[in-house]
Design a protein around this ligand. Structure first.
Ligand code: URA
Length: 253
């Protein structure tokens, strides 16, 4: 007989697996995919690294999301997300918007009220400022770039996202970056910068200096909402954005 803890663990695994299969089915992915038994080829050689993942990876709600190959697949795998407490207050999960092959990606903190209502990132007042930076400052269209946030659901009363909420959503941000593979990321504000750079250094020290996120050039700068409260610092953001423009031009030269 299993010990009670073993039984609980097995029951948790069964619940996770059932949820995973149901989400795959809803996303139109065949529940039992892969070759039929007769077509199964020779077993993988013993040196193949088949044990890279952990049991947590395999059965976590994220397994399907982390195997997504397109933004649409990732979005479908995130589904009607209940992985953190932000789900209870949201109207829309705000996944991201823009060119799935963008060379430039902007990462913000999390949806505000307007974004929650419309299901699109950066459409409120701070969003208008970001749109001006993209269109008037950089001469690009919003549709040319990709825009998303660290957390995909609105924190109540626009409070800061909490560490457990960031931790629950971070794998999806990383997967978005992995799928889009931009040349440059502009990280807007403390949460985007600290999450992507795994740093606790203040944004005021990091901004304006090139960093790297897994080989992708990353420019930390102030968040547009901060600029609405501190318009005098717009000139600092413009300095940072000019560095991004210069880098993009040299990439395209
Ligand atoms: N602030 C953010 O960080 N993201 C949005 O989408 C809107 C405001």
């Amino acid at each position: 007989m299993s010990e009670p803890n073993d039984r609980e663990e097995i029951s948790d695994l069964v619940v996770s697996l059932r949820g995973l299969l149901q989400r795959r089915q809803r996303a139109g992915i065949r529940v039992l995919s892969g070759p039929r038994p007769a077509e199964i080829k020779v077993a993988a050689p013993p040196e193949a690294n088949l044990l890279q993942g952990t049991v947590d990876d395999l059965f976590a709600d994220n397994a399907e999301a982390l195997s997504a190959r397109t933004l649409d697949e990732l979005h479908a795998a995130i589904g009607d997300c209940r992985r953190c407490k932000l789900c209870s207050g949201r109207t829309h999960l705000v996944f991201g918007v823009g060119n799935p092959r963008a060379k430039l990606m902007f990462v913000g903190e999390g949806p505000g009220r307007d974004e929650d209502l419309q299901g699109e990132p950066f459409v409120g007042r701070a969003g208008q400022l970001l749109t001006d930076i993209i269109t008037k400052g950089m001469g690009l269209k919003r549709e040319d770039v990709y825009i998303c946030n660290v957390v995909k659901c609105r924190p109540p009363e626009n409070r800061n996202p909490e560490p457990d909420e960031v931790a629950a959503c971070e794998p999806f941000l990383k997967k978005q970056i992995d799928i889009v593979r931009p040349e440059i990321i502009v990280a807007l504000g403390k949460f985007a910068v600290q999450t992507l750079l795994q740093s606790k250094a203040p944004i005021s020290r990091l901004r304006g200096n090139w960093s790297s996120y897994h080989g992708i050039k990353l420019m930390p700068t102030f968040h547009p909402a901060y600029l609405l409260r501190n318009p005098a610092d717009k000139k600092l953001v413009w300095e940072d954005i000019k560095k991004v423009i210069k880098e993009m031009r040299s990439e395209n030269a």
